[in-house]
Design a protein around this ligand. Sequence first.
Ligand code: ADP
Ligand code: MG
Length: 357
Amino acid sequence: TKSVTLKNVTKTFHDDNNNLVHAVSDVNLTIEQGEFATLLGPSGCGKTTTLRMVAGFEEVTQGDIYFGSENVNKISPNKRDCTMVFQSYALFPHLSVFDNVAYGLKIKKLPKDVIEEKVDKIFSIMNLTDHKTRMPSQLSGGQQQRVALARALVMEPGVLLFDEPLSNLDAKLRLLMRDEIRRLQKRLGITAIYVTHDQSEAMSMSDKVIVMNNGKIEQVGSPQEIYQRPTSRFVADFIGTANFIQGKVLGRKENELEIQTADTILRAAAYGDFFEGQSVLIVVRPEAVRLKDEGEGSLKGKVTKSVFMGQTQEYEVDYNGVPLQVTVHNPMGEKIYEVDETVSLHFPKESLHIIKG
Ligand code: ADP
Ligand code: MG
């Protein structure tokens, strides 16, 4: 298993009108040995291009890619110590499940008994043994994707690459496969780079999330860091749901900033540099807002939406003309506010986060 490092990696293409497209711009990134790292971002932000450069399917326009300490820029894809799992499973239709999985090992000219041993081991780890004589057409989509995963894992690559591998599966199977991929990756200790535009997939699977926007890295961090301490409005918006309250920095008290908003002063721990008088946005997650009866606090809002969702009650509350999304867990026993009710709003300071705005 290997670490992967990208140093100042840039990729440009020419579009149909011969205009230069910056698909990836000056990306710097290290993925540690055995880490599960996910490239997350909207369609067209450069995730696939980044992954294909790591795999060697695309040459870098500028910069360097390292596997461990080795520069792999000039190494062809089949000689790089990595394999890729695609969204389309790309199984060979005329080969049995066993032969599909054994294919890469045969190309490597391993002895027959070694091949059988390795394939059988992967089949047993993945509970695929019963399917090994079947043809791909006799398998469901989910089973085919698991065979595709087995085919990648059997190569025991130093680095495993995934490009939106679960997009073609139904919702329930996607959840199961997330767990399975994560379990296998940890068990085998393989370094994994995973590409998705689905933030819940990224959050639930990754050690490290790399948020990309427009060919550039916006933020790198653990799922918790990305969710709780986004460094930009883009990240706060892209990961989950975010409310933004505008304010100005009044001053600093120890490690906390005092922020003047339209109708109050809020305090929050400060990460990063802020100066007095600076315009900022306070990021408040829907589940961080507390609702109480009118009068039980100085900040007022008016309920404009109140939807029972089972596990949660989802509100929209008009706060000084800004719609706030509020999620209250476990409505059982919890008071439910109706549309047009006036409520008091509370923003616990430990759940506030400040970004430049
Ligand atoms: P993502 O995987 O995040 O959706 P891509 O890496 O596929 O994004 O694409 C990033 C940008 O590069 C897009 O604007 C896309 O149109 C452009 N692009 C990707 N591949 C090529 C190519 N072979 N030729 C021209 N432009 C490309
Ligand atoms: Mg893509």
